[in-house]
Design a protein around this ligand. Structure first.
Ligand SMILES: NC(=O)c1ccc[n+]([C@@H]2O[C@H](COP(=O)([O-])OP(=O)(O)OC[C@H]3O[C@@H](n4cnc5c(N)ncnc54)[C@H](OP(=O)(O)O)[C@@H]3O)[C@@H](O)[C@H]2O)c1
Length: 277
């Protein structure tokens, strides 16, 4: 299949490109230099030239705190940029995977979020990803919306790398313990996204590694696996202020994957062990 991947240099996009190439698809990976998604004419030009059968849209503005100060740019990329792609996917009748986030939910409630639950983001980044979802639903006929969370991989900055860097200088680290979610390894996610784009089982999915933990639990597991003697202190989100508000209950229900014949991702503990090895 001929597949266009946006954000091909990013943390997730780069892994997705390599898996699709391994599967012998014809992959065209583009980043801002080849196709600035905020420019409708650039999206039309590239998409009409490439004529992809499918698009995996990984490009985004991902600086969650900075987004509160750069609202215009964040909306231009996540909302308008996604609109440009979804519109063209609709016109060219090609499949589309839009990567979204647990930030579309407000982090309240006592059970993991279901794909069809009401969306009510609490920060600006989440708001723009939600707007992106609405454009995809309105404009792209053959779409998958895949909500992911807390990703880490080979490329780019992530929580695991940050913890290991801090551990080089500090023997005690404060980590937030009142946000619960699922760390997700891009090397696991790339298989699922490739399986999805090869299928026609369209819809909204949640895709994270299995199981839940807090950032505090995650940090402790990283240091345990690495055999590092670092004291991890649990702190509340209030004690660790950030520009953007963070939802607390961020667990995503993954049942739709199995129900639609997709292989769910392994447990998060297993994934982080493989990553660190
Ligand atoms: N990171 C997470 O924990 C997380 C959690 C949930 C959902 N997500 C979603 O997962 C997807 C992938 O995230 P990621 O962490 O892999 O992101 P990333 O590493 O920040 O990669 C995003 C890519 O998009 C590119 N980009 C930015 N503006 C663009 C534009 N105007 N036109 C074209 N490309 C542009 C970036 O280029 P520059 O580097 O040059 O800006 C970068 O290469 C995103 O949709 C994100 O919202 C991420």
């Amino acid at each position: 299949m001929k597949i266009l991947v946006t954000g091909a240099k990013g943390q997730l996009g780069s892994d997705v490109v390599s898996e699709l190439e391994k599967r012998k698809h014809e992959v065209i990976g583009v980043d801002i230099e080849e196709m600035d998604i905020t420019k409708p004419e650039a999206v039309i030009r590239v998409m009409e030239q490439v004529k992809p059968e499918a698009v995996i849209h990984c490009a985004a503005y991902t600086a969650v705190d900075k987004a509160e100060d750069e609202k215009e740019l964040c909306r231009k990329i996540n909302s308008d940029g996604t609109k440009n792609i979804a519109k063209q996917c609709g016109k060219q009748s090609c499949k589309m995977i839009y990567i979204s986030t647990d930030y579309v939910f407000d982090g309240t409630g006592e059970r993991p979020w279901m794909p069809d639950d009401d969306r009510s983001p609490v920060n600006f980044y989440g708001q723009t990803k939600y707007e992106g979802e609405k454009y995809v639903q309105a404009l792209a006929a053959k779409y998958f919306i895949v909500r992911i969370s807390w990703i880490y991989g080979k490329n780019g900055a992530n929580f695991v790398k940050t913890m290991l860097r801090l551990a080089e200088k500090q023997d005690e680290i404060n980590v937030v313990s009142d946000q619960i979610g699922s760390p997700t390894y891009t090397a696991d996610l790339k298989y699922l996204l490739s399986d999805m784009i090869e299928s026609d089982r369209y819809g909204i999915y949640h895709a994270t590694n299995k199981g839940y933990c807090s950032w505090y639990d995650f940090a402790k597991e990283i240091f345990r696996i690495k055999g590092l003697r670092v004291k991890v202190n649990p702190v509340t989100s209030n004690e660790f202020p950030s520009k953007a508000k963070r939802p607390k209950k961020r667990r995503l229900n993954l049942d739709a994957l199995k129900e639609n014949g997709f292989t769910p991702l392994p447990a998060w503990e297993d994934a982080v062990k493989r990553y660190l090895e």
